[in-house]
Design a protein around this ligand. Structure first.
Ligand SMILES: NC(=O)c1ccc[n+]([C@@H]2O[C@H](COP(=O)([O-])OP(=O)(O)OC[C@H]3O[C@@H](n4cnc5c(N)ncnc54)[C@H](OP(=O)(O)O)[C@@H]3O)[C@@H](O)[C@H]2O)c1
Length: 258
């Protein structure tokens, strides 16, 4: 077995939403496999804190951070200009930043539901397109999109979030086929409940938590590191023949009928 198949040494990765939750765990996992990591998020203090934490834990790796709102096209372009300035192209793009506003379908204003699409799927599409010339500077590169089980079935998130994640899953399949000849693999992960700040309020309600666990064959909430492991696998040379796939990281949730 060639150990390089399970390493990312010398690779540069951009992780959006890398300052918290699943994104922070992804950054940590990629660093552990030997990649250098660029983080992007809106809150500068959180970004600086995570960058400092990661630099302390991985002193041999490079970690840089950039303040950007991925829902804003000008800031998306500035982010990719910043990445280009490193002069190394890009090996890995993880479209992880996302957001939601849960309402009944009839209660959304047009601006509200369009914003859910902007942050979850238009951002990922544009960042992927802007990153394409950097990714194709290398013989093999990877995009991983952080989707959701809500893109496959109803999970009380509100319709726009599920619609946007479903679009993200289909974008993954389309770009995988279109960019295969360019050496860019495109895959996704679809998490169910993962313990992050986004979910902590809901999961603090014991009745709600019971309901969630009853629908989860593995009988527990997932950890950010468990999503990060799937993302890292999809970036590794070991997964070089996998593209256009979406791996559910869901404790069996999507497979649980009756
Ligand atoms: N947690 C779950 O159970 C779960 C389940 C399925 C899917 N997901 C997906 O997983 C991804 C990460 O979720 P999470 O639970 O880790 O959330 P989180 O803990 O709230 O972290 C979100 C990260 O994204 C950044 N972010 C949010 N909006 C952004 C924007 N417009 N521009 C740039 N950065 C932005 C945040 O930083 P700033 O706020 O400072 O920008 C933060 O770094 C999302 O796409 C979410 O839909 C999560």
């Amino acid at each position: 077995m060639d150990p390089k198949r399970w390493r990312l040494d010398g690779q540069l990765a951009l992780v959006t939403g890398g300052s918290a939750g699943i994104g922070r765990a992804i950054a940590r996992e990629l660093l552990g496999f030997g990649a250098d990591v660029l983080l992007a998020a809106r809150d500068v203090a959180a970004l600086d804190a995570v960058r400092a934490e990661l630099m302390e834990d991985f002193p041999d790796r490079d970690v840089q951070a950039f303040v950007a709102d991925v829902a804003d096209d000008e800031q998306r372009r500035e982010l990719l200009d910043w990445v280009e300035d490193f002069g190394e192209g890009l090996h890995i793009l993880v479209n992880n930043a996302g957001g939601n506003l849960t309402k009944a379908a009839t209660d959304y204003t047009e601006d509200e539901w369009r914003q859910v699409f902007e942050v979850n799927v238009f951002s990922a599409f544009e960042l992927s397109r802007y990153a394409h010339p950097l990714l194709t500077r290398h013989a093999a590169s990877s995009i991983v999109n952080v989707g959701s089980v809500s893109g496959a079935t109803h999970v009380r998130t509100g319709a726009p979030y599920g619609m946007s994640k479903a679009a993200m899953h289909q974008m993954t399949r389309n770009l995988a086929v279109e960019w295969a000849e360019d050496g860019v693999r495109v895959n996704a992960v679809a998490p169910w409940y993962i313990r992050t700040r986004r979910t902590s309020d809901k999961l603090a309600d014991p009745d709600y938590l019971d309901e969630v666990l009853l629908r989860t064959p593995l009988g527990r909430i997932g950890e950010p590191e468990e999503v990060a492991a799937a993302v890292a696998f999809l970036c590794l040379p070991a997964s070089a023949y996998i593209t256009g796939e979406c791996i559910a990281v869901d404790g069996g949730f999507l497979r649980y009928g009756f």
